[in-house]
Write a protein that binds this ligand. Structure first.
Ligand code: FMN
Length: 356
């Protein structure tokens, strides 16, 4: 196999793997076929089934990976043609033609790929500048069905923020979700540098007392006792206040929810995030509610939750629906604003590439 083809594929796959994924699950693998094909395969088993209804989280991550790959291919002088696939784990193929070039706008996005990180700090209370809002909205493409709604009024932002932290409220009062959340947190910096899947504790930006408390909260009996006296609601309230310090919440919407829409939502998410990064802004996806609310409509999943928890989830989803057009669904939500540099960032393992 041509060495330059292999080198280019390695660079494109590395850029793809820099994309965000739920709990840094990195649910992708790549197959390269001569002379010019790069296949994107999903590994939904890497994501948590309870929060991955219809493989939505996996597909969003794959969409973001595709977006990075397209930018990287162009930076290497190639023109990528994207073809979606419905065949099993194969979600999309990039056909790499000669003579590609980045436009000026794309060059800015491409430069931001290694600089894009989740930032879970408090952000400075500052409205979005007009030119930034315009630059973010420009990433919505006419030829796709996914759209972006920005929520910017302080009052609406507070409502949306509290609706989104219903996730913490439920996770700290439900044994199954609690177990899932704490199973994903790890404490070793060496594991983080090696690209371990999960959430490295320092990326959570907890104040020191909360970080210390986390060692105890991982025991369900401790969290359960605390939630009996309303701890879960206090945490949700505090997180909501912190998250509402953003300049805006973004909600990516689609007319219907399906494989193609999740992939397109991931592509759009990544363009927006790279654009935000290029403008020196921070982002955090805050979207457990959209995933869990879609999951708990299944009777098997609903069984795991109390009536109160189900009602809270559905009310929270309703708040998000209230922000968008009546005939559309929220795919995911995030916050955006001026957050400075994160204390710690998540790394990646080397992506698996098969040269077939
Ligand atoms: C589908 C999806 C859902 C996510 N949900 C959340 C979330 O609810 N809260 C959060 O803080 N981060 C969320 N993330 C961000 C990931 O945790 C993050 O991308 C991953 O840990 C890698 O870190 P990075 O974004 O800094 O590269 C989500 C990412 C994806 C793709």
């Amino acid at each position: 196999m041509d060495e330059t083809f292999k080198e280019k594929i390695a660079k494109i796959a590395a850029a793809a793997a820099a994309a965000p994924s739920g709990d840094n699950s990195q649910p992708w693998r790549f197959i390269a076929r001569t002379p010019n094909i790069l296949e994107f395969h999903a590994m939904p088993e890497k994501d948590n089934a309870l929060l991955n209804i219809d493989e939505s989280g996996t597909l969003i991550a794959l969409g973001a990976a595709l977006q990075n790959a397209e930018l990287e291919a162009k930076s290497l002088g190639l023109t990528p043609t994207l073809r979606y696939s419905d065949e099993g784990s194969l979600v999309a193929v990039l056909i790499l033609h000669e003579e590609g070039v980045l436009s000026d706008d794309e060059r800015k996005l491409h430069k931001a790929i290694p600089l894009r990180h989740t930032n879970r700090k408090a952000y400075a209370h500052q409205p979005l500048a007009g030119d930034v809002r315009e630059a973010l909205l420009k990433n919505v493409k006419d030829d796709t069905d996914v759209e972006l709604v920005l929520v910017e009024s302080p009052e609406e932002m507070r409502r949306v923020s509290r609706a989104l932290t219903t996730m913490e409220e439920v996770a700290l009062s439900n044994e199954t979700l609690h177990a899932l959340f704490f199973a994903d947190i790890f404490w070793s910096e060496a594991d983080n540098s090696a690209g371990k899947q999960g959430l490295y504790i320092d990326t959570l930006e907890l104040p020191p007392p909360a970080k210390a408390a986390f060692r105890l909260l991982k025991y369900w009996r401790v969290t359960k006792a605390l939630s009996k006296i309303g701890f879960h609601k206090v945490v949700a309230e505090m997180n909501a206040q912190q998250n509402a310090s953003a300049s805006a919440f973004g909600i990516i919407t689609a007319e219907r929810l399906g494989r193609r829409e999740y992939l397109e939502a991931g592509r759009l998410l990544e363009r927006i995030w790279l654009q935000a990064t290029a403008h020196g802004l921070s982002m955090q996806i805050v979207t457990g509610v959209t995933f869990l609310a879609r999951s708990v409509v299944e009777p098997e999943t609903a069984k795991l939750f109390s009536k109160d928890q189900l009602e809270n989830m559905s009310a929270a989803y309703g708040v998000l629906k209230g922000q968008i057009a009546i005939d559309r669904e929220p795919v995911l939500a995030f916050r955006i604003g001026t957050g400075g540099s994160p204390t710690a960032v998540s790394y990646r393992r080397a992506p698996e590439i098969i040269f077939a």
